[in-house]
Ligand binder design. Structure first.
Ligand SMILES: *Cc1c(COP(=O)(O)O)cnc(C)c1O
Length: 363
């Protein structure tokens, strides 16, 4: 048996048919940028997440950059970001001319809650990342951020559909950013992203920035850019959104197979909270001392795993920064992401489980 980490060609035929019908419909309609499909996608997300303003854009990285620009963050400003995340989180801070200030995570990869120690008189904002789909404790974070006078930009790129105290990931901060990259829980058949906000003025600013600063055609009010979503992607996302709950149930039920079988293994640290509502089970990252050995063993048995991420950002050449970042660094050495997605079978998960059990029984 071969178990890929994620194979999107394995979508079921019913879903593929729906996507083909949507493509045909849009081809007949002849509108490929903006239009009703984009508007309905934005309002569908608004409704699903109870988000007052949802502004689609070209990808999740752009969503973060548009958020920073709309909030007026730029040269001379510092922004606190976790040392362990996908590069986008730090990249966008540098792209707007501000300085990312890295802070360690906890053992699970979420921003450590003593981040207040990183605040200086230049700090303007903080970007909590809901890494692997598990939400940072937002109530606490927002209270502390407001005490410090900081803006909060939520990087919810991995956490679509996670809810904390009934409030959706991405709707807690001043702006929340989503990615619909194909491998995310809600993924397009290409690139797409979105900003969420409660503030009408910020929403307006993001809409302007993503469309050349124009509200009306040819009336350019500010300097902007093109970061619009494709109509086709909005259409496909409308189809995927209808399936989202079913896909999440599948993910969670597969995660529970891993949970029940792997949790008892002493030398393996299992992400305990993966079954909770504020974790969307985007990635299942176990931690083991013999990580590389286990990865090789699984690979030899046809199972593909992944590492999120092999290097912390402050160790990367464009972002070099001093600091110990002990927990983040440890995760780069011990963390291993197991295959988990809505398009795999229980049999495949059972196979992965049995091979991991075999690895530990061999000693
Ligand atoms: C995927 C991701 C992004 C960026 O999204 P893209 O759509 O790929 O640009 C940003 N932050 C995190 C944590 C991500 O996982």
């Amino acid at each position: 048996m071969k178990v890929p980490f994620l194979d999107l060609s394995k979508m079921d035929s019913e879903l593929k048919n729906r996507l083909e019908r949507k493509f045909k419909e849009l081809l007949e309609h002849g509108v490929f940028s903006g239009g009703k499909e984009v508007e309905s996608f934005e309002s569908n997300v608004s409704e699903f997440l109870s988000s007052p303003y949802s502004i689609s854009c070209a990808n999740g990285t752009d969503a973060l950059e548009l958020a920073l620009r709309a909030l007026g963050i730029g040269p001379g400003d510092e922004v606190i970001v976790p040392a362990l995340t996908w590069v986008s989180t730090a990249e966008v801070v540098s792209m707007v001319g501000a300085t990312p200030v890295f802070w360690d995570t906890d053992q699970e990869g979420l921003l450590a809650d003593d981040w207040v120690l990183a605040v200086t008189n230049r700090t303007k904002a903080i970007i909590p990342v809901h890494l692997y789909g598990k939400m940072v404790s937002m109530e606490n974070l927002i209270i502390k951020a407001k005490e410090q006078g900081l803006l909060v930009i939520e990087d919810a790129a991995q956490a679509f559909g996670a809810f904390q105290s009934g409030i959706a990931a991405g709707t807690w901060g001043d702006v929340g950013c989503l990615s619909f990259y194909p491998t995310k829980n809600l993924g397009a058949l290409g690139e797409a992203g979105m900003c969420l906000t409660k503030d009408q003025k910020i929403a307006e600013k993001i809409r302007l920035l993503r469309n050349h600063g124009q509200k009306k055609k040819d009336k350019h009010q500010i300097v902007g850019r093109n970061s619009r979503i494709d109509t086709l992607q909005a259409g496909f996302l409308n189809v995927f959104l209808q399936k989202f709950k079913i896909h999440q149930e599948k993910r969670k039920s597969l995660a529970s197979i891993y949970y029940h079988n792997l949790r008892p293994i002493r030398d393996l640290k299992f992400p305990e909270n993966i079954m909770e509502a504020d974790h969307n089970a985007h990635l299942l990252v176990i931690q083991i001392e013999k990580r590389d050995e286990l990865q090789r063993f699984l690979s030899g048995n046809g199972i593909t795993t992944s590492i999120h991420y092999p290097e912390i950002i402050p160790d990367m050449q464009p972002y070099l920064a001093k600091g110990k970042f002990l927990n983040s660094r440890k995760l780069t050495q011990l963390g291993l992401s197991l295959p988990l997605n809505a398009f795999m079978t229980e049999k495949e998960v059972d196979f992965v489980v049995s091979k991991i059990q075999e690895f530990f029984q061999r000693g």
